[in-house]
Design a protein around this ligand. Structure first.
Ligand code: FES
Ligand SMILES: [Fe+2]
Length: 449
C-alpha cells in the first residue's frame, strides 16, 4: 500500500473509492459485522409477506412468519445454492427450490426433500440440520428492520445509540406510525457505495454549488416564500451537525425565521399536536422551523426529511421523508434503493403534495439527486487512475466550528455550523476503525472533530 504525503491531519486515500482490494476488505470487515437496514415493517404487514433485499452482496428474504415474527434468510437453497425466491415481493408460507424441489417454511426450516428415501436412503439426511442460513440477529426500531451476521454485535439499540433520538424526529413523530408508499425504486449507480452516504451524512457545504440550477428553478424556498410563513425572517439559514458515534451522523438546518413556539412547517396544523405528544421538548425544538434534516446510519443507510414550497401551486407547502440504502456491487458500482415514507392516515391532499415534492427534489428522478449522482460517479471515475488513486481527499472543513451549548439537550457531539465535513470525518473514523488498515492507508485519527 502506498504511503502518501497528506496535508492536514484528516485525509483518506482516494483508492478507497475504487480499489478492489479495499472493497473486498470492506465486505469482510464492515458488512459481515455491522447492522444493516433491510426493510420497513409496513412493507410486510401480514403473515407470509416478504420482500427481497441485500445485506452487503448477499441477497436475503425478509419475511413475516405465521406467528408474526420477522425473519431474514439468505436467499439460497442449502442443497446446491439456487436462489429460492425470484420475486421482489409477495406472500408465501413456503419457498420451494426450482432445481430439485427442496421446500422450506418461511421460518427457514427445511420441510420437504423430494425423493428423500431414494436419494439419501432411510435416515440419510436430517432436515433439522439444514434450515436456511440466517443472520445472527434481527431487530427493529421505529418500524425500521435491521439485521447483522455477527452474533457478537451489540444489540440494535446499542448499535444505533444516539442516532435513535434523531431517527425519532423523522420516523417516530407520527402517532399512527409511517408506511412505505409504493415499491422502493432501484437503480444502479457507477459509484462506490460510500459516496452517497458521505454526502447525506451532513454535507451542507455542497448545496448551493451542486444544486445551483435547483435554486434557478425555484425548488428551494426563497426569501419571498419565507416572509409568507412568518412575520420575521432572520438573516440566514443556520444549521448544526451531529456526530452520534459509531459512524452515525445527522445534519439539521433551520429555516431563517424568528418565531415563538413550535412550528412544524410543511405539515398541516392538525398534525402538530400529535408531534408534540410523540417528541420530547428538546426534539420538538429540533424540528421547529426545520428546513432539512438528513443523516446516515453506518454503513449504508441514509435518511432525509425535506421541505418544499409552492409544490403544486403558490403557497402549497409539503414535507417528505425518504430512506435510501446502497448495496455494494463492486468497487465502482452500487445499487441504490429508494423508500418514500408517509404518515399513516395522512390527509390525502397533503399526502399527494408530499409525494410530488419528493419526486421533484429528493426522489430518484428529482433534480437534487441527478446533480448529486454526477458528483458521486465522478469521484469513483477519477479515483482509479494510477496517479489519482495515490492522492488523498481532504475532509478538513468545519474544524473551527464551536460546540453547541449543552443546554440544547441534543445527544451526541453537536456543533453549530453546517458547512462542514465533520460528519464525513465521523463516517471515515468508524470506517477506518473497522477496516484496520496499515497506518499509511487509514484515515487520520480525527482527534479534532
Ligand atoms: S439446489 Fe435447491 S433443491 Fe437442489
Ligand atoms: Fe446534494
Amino acid at each position: 500500500m502506498t504511503m502518501v504525503e497528506v496535508p492536514g491531519e484528516f485525509t483518506v486515500p482516494r483508492r478507497s473509492w475504487g480499489d478492489d482490494e479495499v472493497f473486498d476488505r470492506e465486505m469482510q470487515q464492515i458488512f459481515r459485522h455491522c447492522w444493516q437496514y433491510v426493510a420497513h415493517e409496513s412493507e410486510i404487514p401480514e403473515p407470509g409477506d416478504y420482500v427481497l433485499r441485500k445485506m452487503g452482496r448477499d441477497q436475503v428474504i425478509v419475511v413475516r412468519d405465521e406467528s408474526g415474527q420477522v425473519r431474514v434468510h439468505l436467499n439460497t437453497c442449502r442443497h446446491r445454492g439456487v436462489p429460492l425466491c425470484r420475486a421482489d415481493s409477495g406472500n408465501a408460507s413456503h419457498f420451494r427450490c426450482s432445481y430439485h424441489g427442496w421446500t422450506y417454511a418461511n421460518t427457514g426450516e427445511l420441510r420437504g426433500v423430494t425423493y428423500q428415501a431414494d436419494v439419501y436412503g432411510k435416515g440419510g439426511l436430517d432436515k433439522k440440520k439444514l434450515p436456511l442460513f440466517s443472520p445472527a440477529q434481527v431487530d427493529s426500531e421505529l418500524g425500521l428492520i435491521f439485521a447483522t451476521w455477527d452474533p457478537e454485535a451489540p444489540s440494535l439499540r446499542d448499535y444505533l445509540g444516539d442516532i435513535l433520538w434523531y431517527l425519532q424526529l423523522i420516523f417516530g413523530k407520527h402517532p399512527n406510525g409511517m408506511e412505505v408508499v409504493g415499491t422502493p425504486v432501484r437503480n444502479i449507480v457507477k459509484a462506490n457505495w460510500k459516496t452517497e452516504g458521505e454526502n447525506l451524512s451532513g454535507d451542507g457545504y455542497h448545496t448551493t454549488i451542486t444544486h445551483s440550477s435547483a435554486f434557478d428553478l425555484g425548488l428551494f424556498a426563497t426569501q419571498k416564500d419565507l416572509v409568507k410563513l412568518a412575520d420575521d425572517v432572520a438573516p440566514k439559514f443556520t444549521g448544526r451537525t451531529v456526530d452520534a458515534g459509531n459512524g452515525h451522523t445527522m445534519r439539521i438546518q433551520r429555516l431563517p425565521l424568528r418565531l415563538q413556539g413550535n412550528h412544524y412547517f410543511g405539515y398541516p396544523k392538525e398534525m402538530w399536536a400529535g408531534f408534540d405528544r410523540m417528541l420530547s421538548p428538546e426534539q420538538q425544538q429540533a424540528m421547529s422551523c426545520l428546513s432539512v434534516g438528513h443523516g446516515s446510519v453506518f454503513p449504508n443507510m441514509s435518511f432525509i426529511e425535506n421541505f418544499k414550497t409552492n409544490v403544486d401551486g403558490p403557497d402549497l407547502h409539503a414535507r417528505y421523508a425518504r430512506i435510501t440504502v446502497r448495496y455494494p456491487i463492486d468497487a465502482t458500482t452500487s445499487e441504490q434503493l429508494w423508500f418514500f415514507l408517509a404518515p399513516k392516515g395522512a390527509d390525502p391532499e397533503w399526502a399527494r403534495l408530499s409525494r410530488l415534492a419528493y419526486l421533484r427534489t429528493n426522489g430518484p428522478s428529482g433534480l437534487f439527486e441527478i446533480d448529486d449522482t454526477e458528483n458521486f460517479v465522478g469521484i469513483s471515475e477519477a479515483s482509479v487512475g494510477d496517479v489519482s488513486r495515490t492522492l488523498p481527499v481532504i475532509i478538513e472543513g468545519g474544524k473551527h466550528h464551536p460546540e453547541a451549548p449543552p443546554e440544547l439537550g441534543w445527544p451526541g457531539n453537536v456543533v453549530d455550523g453546517d458547512k462542514t465535513e465533520r460528519t464525513i470525518r465521523a463516517f471515515h473514523r468508524r470506517w477506518s476503525e473497522l477496516m484496520d488498515l496499515p497506518a499509511g492507508d487509514a484515515a487520520g485519527t480525527g482527534a479534532a472533530r
